[in-house]
Design a protein around this ligand. Sequence first.
Ligand code: PMV
Length: 346
Amino acid sequence: MEKPNVVTCTAPVNIAVIKYWGKRNEELILPINSSLSVTLHQDQLKTTTTVATSRSFQEDRIWLNGKEEDITHPRLQSCLREIYTLARVFGVEGELSGIARQGSGSACRSMYGGFVQWIMGQKDDGKDSLAQQVEPETHWPELRILVLVVSAERKPVGSTSGMQTSVQTSCLLKHRAESVVPGRMREMIEAVRRKDFAAFAELTMKDSNQFHATCLDTYPPIFYLNRVSQQVISLVHRYNKHYGETRVAYTFDAGPNAVIFTLQQHVPEFVQVVRHFFPPETNGGQFIRGLPVSSVALSEELKQTIGLESTPKGISYIISTKAGPGPCVVEDQHLLGSDGLPKKTV
Ligand code: PMV
C-alpha cells in the first residue's frame, strides 16, 4: 500500500457584526450583501480537519465528528472539485476563500484572522465574491468576546432554508441589502480601523436587530431569539445606560445564543452582572470557560438600575475569548490513520 499523504488543519469560528442573510445564487453561494466578522481565537473554539490521500485508496469518504457522512452532498462536491484543481498546481497557493464560500457562505470569512469582510462581488460567476482581511487579530488587543450559551429547547430553522424564505418574502430584507448594508460596511470598517468601541458596538447591535427584524418580516416568520436572548438585550442596554456610555454590545445569529463584545476592563463586572441575573447551577460544570475572568462585587445601585427578574440556569455557560488568527496547519493532531480511517470516534 502507498503511504498516504496526511495533512491536518485547524480553522476558527467567526461572528458577523454586519450580517450575511440571503443569496443571489444558491449554487455558487453568492450573497445579496457584503458582511463583516471577527474571527474568534482558536484556543477557545476551533474545528480540526484531516485529509488523507493515497493512490491505494479505493474511494472518497468523509467523517464528521467521527460519523460517516454522504460524500455526494452537492456543497461538499463543489469544494472537492475546486481543491482537486488546486492539487494539480501543486505548490501554488490559491485564493481559498472562494472555495470555502461554496461550502457555507459565512465560512469564507474564517479564512483570515482578525476583522474580515466578505465582499459580495458583482460577477455572475462569483469570482469577485471573496473574503478579505480588514485588520489583523493584533489590531485591537483590548477587545473581548463573550459567548453566552443559552439553554435552548428547540432546534431553530437552518440558515439555508431560512434565508431562502426571507429572500422570497421579505421586502425589508431587500431594502436592507440595497440601502442599509453598503453604508454600514463603510462605517464599520472605519470604526474598526479607529478602534472606536462605541461606534463599533452601536453598529453591531443595530445590525443584529435588523437581521432579526427581517426574520420577523419573513413569511411565515422565523424566530431565533428566545426569552433569555431578549433579557440579555435589555440587560446590555440598561448596563450601558447606567454608565451613560456604550461599554457592551450584543449580536445574535440564527439561534438564541448571545455574543457579547466589550473591552477587557469591563469583562469582570459584566460577567458578574450576567451571573447575578442568570444564576448558574451551583454544582454544574464550570460557568466561565476560556480566558480567565477575575471576580468582582456588584454595587446595589447597578443591580437596581438593571432590575431584571432573575432567570436561574437561563445561560448554561460563558466562553470568554478574543480575536484570533486564521487557519493553521498542525503537525501532531491527525484524526485519520495511515489506513485513511478515523483514529477514534470523537
Ligand atoms: O453561512 P451560513 O449559511 O451559516 O449563514 C450564516 C448566517 C448568519 O450567521 C446569521 C450571519 C453571518 O453573516 O454569519
